[in-house]
Ligand binder design. Sequence first.
Ligand code: 13P
Ligand code: SF4
Length: 364
Amino acid sequence: MTSTVELHRAAAPPPPPAQSKGFGPNGRFPALPRPNLDWTPEVEAATAHLYERVSRVIPPVEWPFHAPYIKAINDLKVVRNAVILAHNYQTPEIYHCVSDYVGDSLQLAKMAASSDADIIVQGGVYFMAETSKILNPDKVVLIPDAEAGCSLAASITGADVRALRAKYPGVPVVAYVNTSAEVKAEVDICCTSSNAVKVVESLGVDRVIMVPDRYLAQNVAAQTRVKIIAWEGACEVHERFTAEEIESYRSDHPGLKVIAHPECPREVVEVSDFAGSTAAMIDYVRTKKPARVLLVTECSMADNIAAETTGTEFVRPCNFCPHMKRITLPRILDSLLYIGKEILVDPAIAERARLSVQRMIDLG
Ligand code: 13P
Ligand code: SF4
């Protein structure tokens, strides 16, 4: 008996039909030809200045794979009047070579609020793109991979917040920005890791509910007299670090400075020299210039700082965020070419969520 096997190969999205009216809302964005992605002398010359920025962390042999995408994306951004916002955990070829703005969650939210581009492409995870859309309801916000989630955002729903309110009547609710729009719509105010203590204390009460990160809640509780009622969520990247592991890095690397993200367990923050948001961690390295540093956070951030820093040795426990790593140059290119995946938030939810985010931004 003979059998027929059909072989299917993963392919780039199909080119638009010749008569396509365009992409995005009402076909507003014209269909564009797929650019040539060969490594040519022209591409090499056009991207040479960008390679200089990342040459410490991207070997020359890898550059011909990235450079054609980088050139194509940078050309397309001009055609589409688009900006790329990249979180500090994006890989160096995205962070240093195609992004217009980089930062932590708070900085990206503020940049989204002040952008005058037609299209925002979020180099980050879904909740970040949703936050950009909440702050820019009239703009097209794209996420290059809609599966780029977050274990914290997935740990709680709007119904969970309503149940907490019923259990603790009158106690205000603070939501970490790592939450869905639906959750933001149910809370009093948002916070990020860089302003959480300030947000909690701004409410002027002796008890707050803080969702969804139990470790951030513990780390905030250690810095304030306000009693924190926490939720059970955790970041799947940061919860893996242990105090024992940090101590063993310290004994292997004399003089090591340890700086941790507040999504780490309390015991890890306690044995660290400093804890702060991703932007605060970068600032620590830039200003204090430690000879040896361990960034207790997602691994790409050390690459991004190492690319622009001399005189500091980065000791790396490599924990990648699988969600952040879904954002790649080929997916960013497709996103700009085919205007996908567009973030849509129910206007009624977006309006309430915007109040929570804006209250945080207004705190300064
Ligand atoms: P930052 O706000 O510190 O950038 O943190 C966001 C995040 O997802 C960390 O895991
Ligand atoms: Fe979410 Fe953790 Fe990934 Fe940040 S690092 S996006 S908190 S899973």
